[in-house]
Design a protein around this ligand. Structure first.
Ligand code: SF4
Length: 219
């Protein structure tokens, strides 16, 4: 790869998509719920569930902490895995209510305290936790997902095959600028959906001449 540092990649992707306004969600509470529902499904399925929760007047941690699980299952059915996801939404909402009160109050806590709190909730793994920390709780944490690993692997970033390595790669040149970290993840998701798909569209990709995989003609 010609430009191997994260800030150069960020600039290249920014030229393609600009500000992504990532993560989609009208409120911090909605971002928390969306981060759970998006596990193993498409965002369009999540959007239908979120709209049903909103229309039911339940899109807040305080409301979700008191909802019946069967009611929630019906509202989020489009997102799949609704038994597990409804349990996770309920459990997390109740724990947030009991320990912090609101998301706004939760944001005042230290990052390591929030990490311990979130990862203890069944159904919340590293990626979901990082998405909540970055986008709902405004902590400067870069979210690493399958798109990130795929793109970095293909363009030829060495030592970026694990989540910890990718975070080190990103923070080493991008620092901890929250807004840039938020946008960088959005840029990578957009780029992976538009160009660097499972079957990549190297022939029309703006990064082709900087990408190991693209330079090899996708071989
Ligand atoms: S050239 Fe191909 S493999 Fe490289 S980033 Fe673009 S789409 Fe992905």
């Amino acid at each position: 790869m010609l430009n191997s540092d994260a800030i150069s990649l960020y600039r290249d992707l920014f030229q393609v998509f600009g500000e992504t306004k990532w993560w989609p969600g009208d409120t911090k509470d909605e971002i928390i719920v969306g981060a759970i529902l998006t596990q193993n499904t498409t965002w369009s399925n999540v959007e239908r569930s979120l709209a049903r929760i909103r229309n039911g007047g339940l899109m807040s941690i305080s409301a979700l902490a008191n909802v019946e699980q069967n009611t929630l299952i019906e509202l989020i059915r489009s997102s799949g895995f609704y038994n597990q996801k409804s349990k996770t939404v309920l459990e997390l909402s109740q724990r947030i209510r009991d320990r912090f009160g609101t998301i706004e109050q939760m944001k005042n806590e230290r990052t390591d305290t929030l990490q311990e709190f979130l990862i203890d909730v069944p159904g919340i793994g590293q990626e979901t936790m990082d998405a909540m920390l970055c986008y709902a709780l405004d902590k400067p944490i870069f979210v690493v997902d399958k798109y990130t690993l795929r793109l970095l692997g293909r363009i030829g970033v060495s030592d970026a095959s694990t989540i910890a390595q990718v975070k080190a790669y990103v923070h080493s040149t991008m620092g901890y600028d929250l807004e840039k970290l938020k946008n960088f993840h959005g840029l990578i998701v957009n780029f992976a959906k538009e160009y660097c798909r499972s079957k990549p569209k190297c022939e029309i990709c703006p990064l082709q001449r900087k990408c190991d995989y693209g330079l090899c003609g996708g071989n």
